[in-house]
Write a protein of this length. Structure first.
Lengths: 161, 257, 80
């Protein structure tokens, strides 16, 4: 359906190309990959048309330059095949991400620095007492603090008193 | 080993709720048959989970390694269907779901059963404390046992007690006894949850939800309200003290007199 | 006192097999008052209803219904 709509437009441009190419006989094919972007849409289609005509004949008679140009026009990174990202894009993304995460971390640390004191239960002394309390009350007797041969630190997570 | 690793990276020690131990990753130690059922179900599902994780990672990895644009630049434009593979990857997940559903329903209905309770405890959630009623016994004055259970504020804790988890009046229950809980709310929805007993049930105003437990060892079991019920939702813990039957009777006597 | 305490509670009732026990409470409460209105407070057969609603109903619910019963505004019938 979309193709059917697009087809007449193509035909018009082709027709116009045919008439213009007749008046401008010399189509420059050197360095087509570097010049392509500077050409106008009309020039681009005249180059394409010109190459098409050449390719309609014997391919073995094409010069290297013509072959290169034909390949570039058909498969080169222009139009729909233009790369989405330029060089150094990955670095930019990495830098941006680091900056945002860093800002979030800084905000987090700033908020924490403005926070109140830690609860009194967060001292090592209290946490050791918690272990005793847990053992006295048979808390987690199978795999936790009250179990036999328990090796872990139990409720102790702070190193400071 | 793992806890050492966590402690190393633990720049900001946080207060851990529940009697889950700091940086605990697995379950708490269980104390009731429903909890054992939950752990069994967890392990059964983990079996399928490991298979699925390996299968999916393998497929994903294969696709990433073998079919990226560098190693496989040609796109097979018309290679879009494979009836056999589609049948396999539709039927297999269905069978896995069935295999998970059966043990899951079995456990669900087993946990629902309240066949022959010996004690009924009513727990009423209020903003923001729990009230407990033991009405199987009537005291000399004709009053049932009823008490409120508030969280102990940080300043009043004795050294070693758990912050945000201790209450002034604990629920005392005997071990090896079928206990029925009747749960309701007096204002908004609360939820009565004790991880070590595998209990979690909403306490809804105007409705009496029933659940049961069978505690199989003595100890202290901590739980918390598990339904957002207002600003002090985090400050209405539950403590169950499981004792021997003799001690329970002694406690009852004390309450009744 | 210790010898007097019997560890027993409202048994399972096949009419109320669900998690929601609200009806169990209400049924026992209204059955008890229907029972004593018909047979008198001393009738031992009514005791079971009393024990059941005592065990199942929150004290707050019972207090509210008792109040409404005394005022005559109870929204259900307890007379036979």
């Amino acid at each position: 359906m979309i193709r059917a709509l697009a087809r007449p437009a193509v035909r018009i441009t082709q027709r116009r190309c045919a008439s213009t190419s007749a008046t401008t006989p010399a189509v420059q094919l050197q360095n087509i990959e570097s010049r392509w972007a500077t050409l106008s849409a009309q020039e681009q289609s005249s180059v394409a048309k010109h190459l098409e005509q050449i390719q309609a004949g014997e391919w073995t008679k094409m010069t290297t330059e013509q072959k290169k140009a034909a390949y570039w026009v058909a498969f080169g990174p222009h139009g729909a095949r233009t790369p989405l990202t330029g060089p150094g894009h990955a670095l930019k993304v990495a830098a941006g991400t680091t900056a945002v995460v860093g800002a979030a971390g800084a905000l987090f640390l700033w908020i924490r620095s403005k926070g109140g004191e830690k609860p009194t239960t967060m001292t090592k002394e209290w946490q050791e007492a918690s272990n005793e309390y847990a053992r006295a009350n048979k808390i987690n007797p199978i795999s936790g603090v009250s179990s036999e041969d328990y090796k872990g630190t139990g409720f102790v997570s702070s190193s400071k008193n | 080993m793992l806890s050492k690793l966590f402690n190393f990276f633990n720049f900001f020690p946080t207060a851990h709720c529940d009697v889950a131990e700091p940086w605990q990753l697995a379950f708490q130690d269980g104390a009731s048959p429903s909890f054992d059922g939950i752990v069994d179900l967890h392990d059964q599902i983990m079996f399928y989970l490991v298979i699925i994780v390996i299968g999916v990672s393998w497929m994903l990895g294969t696709i990433i390694i073998k079919f990226n644009t560098r190693t496989n630049p040609i796109v097979y434009k018309y290679f879009t269907h494979g009836t056999v593979i589609e049948l396999i990857w539709t039927v297999t997940p269905a069978l896995v779901l069935v295999a998970i559903a059966f043990p899951s329903f079995r456990l669900l209905y087993l946990m629902d059963e309240v066949i022959d309770p010996a004690i009924t405890v009513k727990a009423v959630g209020s903003q923001w404390f729990w009230s407990y009623e033991y009405s199987d016994y009537i005291s000399d004055s004709g009053e049932p046992i009823a008490f409120d259970s508030f969280m102990v504020p940080e300043a009043d804790l004795e050294e070693g007690q758990f912050r945000l988890l201790e209450v002034d009046n604990r629920v005392v229950l005997p071990v090896d006894t079928h206990v029925r809980f009747i749960l309701t709310g007096s204002d908004v929805i609360h939820s009565f949850a004790i991880p070590a007993l595998g209990l979690k049930l909403d306490a809804i105003p105007g409705r009496l939800n029933q659940t049961s437990t069978f505690i199989n060892r003595e100890g202290l079991f901590y739980g918390q309200c598990s339904e957002i019920c207002g600003v002090n939702h985090g400050f209405m813990p539950i403590v169950i003290e499981a004792v021997s039957l003799e001690k329970y009777l002694a406690w009852l006597n004390e309450q009744l007199n | 006192m210790s010898d007097e305490i019997k560890i027993e509670t409202a048994p399972f009732d096949a009419r109320f097999p669900n998690t929601n026990q609200s009806k169990h409470c209400w049924q026992s409460y209204s059955d008890y008052y229907k029972c004593i209105n018909a047979r008198g407070e001393e009738f031992t057969g009514c005791k079971q209803f009393f024990k059941t609603f005592k065990s199942i109903c929150p004290n707050e619910w019972v207090a509210k219904w008792d109040e409404q019963r005394e005022e005559g505004t109870l929204p259900f019938k307890v007379t036979v």
